[in-house]
Design a protein around this ligand. Sequence first.
Ligand code: MOS
Length: 750
Amino acid sequence: MPEISLTHTAAHARHGSNIGQPLTRRDGLLKVKGEARYAADNHPPGMLHAVLAVSSIARGRVKSLDVAAAKRHPGVVEVMTSANRPPLAEDPDAKTNPFMFRMELLQNDSVRYANQPIAVVIAETLEAATEGAALLSPQYEVLPARVGLDAGESFVPPAVGIGNPAVIERGDVGAGLAAASKRIEATYETPAQYHNAMEPHAIVVAWNGDTLSIDTPSQGLAMAQGRIAGLFGISPDKIHIRSPFLGGGFGSKGLVSGPQVLGILAARLVGRPVKLVLRREHMYGPVGHRSASRQKLRIGVDGDGLLTAIDHHAKIATSTFDDFYEPAADASHTLYASPAIATSHEAVRIDTGTPLFMRAPGEATGSIALESAIDEAAWACRLDPLAFRLKNYAEVEPISGKPFSSKALRECYAQGAERFGWSKRPLAPRQLRDEAGLLVGWGIGTATFPALMFQAEARAVVRSDGSGVMETGAHDMGQGAWTALAQIAADGLGLDLEQVEFKAGTSDLPDAGIAGGSAHTATAGMAIHNAGSAVIAKLADLATGDEHSPLFGAGNAGVVARDGRLFRRDDETRSESYVDILGRAGLAQVEARGKAAVDPAAQANYAMHAHGAVFAEVKVDPDLGQIRVTRLVGAFAAGRVINPHLVRSQIYGGMIWGMSFALHEQAITDRRSGRIINANLAEYHVPVNADVPSMEALMIEEHDPHVNALGIKGVGEIGITGSAGAIANAVWHATGVRVRRFPIPIEELV
Ligand code: MOS
């Protein structure tokens, strides 16, 4: 592994001993022993239980609630409704930046979606609170629910995602399509999906005067702290949030949600600590979801099999009262070289909870449509779908014309194809059968996800006993951040992992940014790396400026740190330990802070993305249409790998989400009531182990000098983008039937 050179501090630690090691996750033992304390495991003295009552209609208003009946139930302490909810300093419907999620905090009696909180029952026990909520017998004034993508007026949203233009055209798509010798025009539909983290949203909260003590899972501690501070009109430093472990988030814990704030309000109302944990069915509404989409793709190809145009239009749903629009069509910006590309979004407001970032928001939804359409175009030209993708390989980012900061996608295609045995694939569909007579199909999908980075800060300490501390409010959602970030910390401090105390997971530590956009390792990791460099520079100043040190006169640039010592670069026999440096200086410790920040010049000059290629084999029962994925091979290039063990697990998770997108997941809304009819894990299907018989993820070496000094691109979400399309394309190859509705309904195959 090459040494990273830093431009901003001269002295620094040498990499190699910790970064890149396949270490077992440090939280694993705690989790299997049941010793990892999740938010809902906390029980402060005097704690009460709060349970939401939610709306069973999707649109209208609450006429009445039988609060008296609920309060008569033994154990019920209080019922919070819009009549007695404590005041807030800020309107929950106010929005001054795109990261403010509008919430139902009992501000009035209106109902905007099914499962909207309409009251909170607070009781001595969970059972009493649950029973109290059931006794409220709400009466409604019901208005017809607007369900589905054709239910509301459609319009062009002002922006999509976190502020991308909703409509973009580069080149002349009309001319490109007119000049094409083959044209594909197809419409794909994707369903609403719900995050369904294993751990539901939960909060345990205690007020001490105007200070708040909170245990709650969060993917963005500092943002949650800021949002709560605004709503309650208190200073952020009075809010202490602990989030050491999350049982998954997938985007739904990126912004603090309404139910979490209702827990804080409930504690204020009763003047005692309160625990509020969402029931599984209550997660289908107030905490975000992926909206349904209908995507129309038009693709033109010339006589040589080269793309002449891609036109990707996405119609997407959002709520009636907030503005998250999933940027599905933007998936067509990056992957395939085409002289003309147009992407456009059309939105529709329906009676649903507001959608939110969910597992590659935009990229996943758009990718399954784009990868299917590219496959259709390849077949129209009677070209192998991998050969077609290579013919149209983007050497520069098509939409911007910028060079890629690095792109090892060719190697991903080559190594993935080799491993899978792709060269034996018959071109035409419905050619392969197994010994039992099942139809066998092979498909490919390309994966891509932007290499993002946000702002973060970390604090590093080296103590006079030679040990180190690294602090940053990072989030471990189950992905292994605790371990990977501690590896970066140890290397940054020039110490072994055991000598570093790594602290994360609370809002009292420096802001580690949001654990989202697959950017957490890059973001928190760069803050850690820079804090490490800064504290090493202080040690170097102490040593090289002291005539009693063997490093005297070497200059800050003339030393390097490893194994708890500073070494002279020009003569490594001369070194001094951190213990000796601090001891002679009479210091108990030195400390320094470091920040992660995006390099604007690199951003302006390069397109930054991770890439991958996924190959899928499916077997389809010719009589029943039953689909089984029998093999998935993915090859991914995502810059520097901090911990290959954890990265492979992340990629596996992403690939399983892709399988889920293609074949399993969907929320079904009843058209009459506007209610989701499968709001539970029995009927909302996700893959289980039996659905995933064989999966391989190869990591392709990639050095990226531009994304950040550590060369990290991120791996959290990319797996979903290639896998969903690969499986859909394999189903076509098995059956000859092109299904454009997901999850693929088996009745369309026979
Ligand atoms: Mo992710 S959807 O950015 O948690």
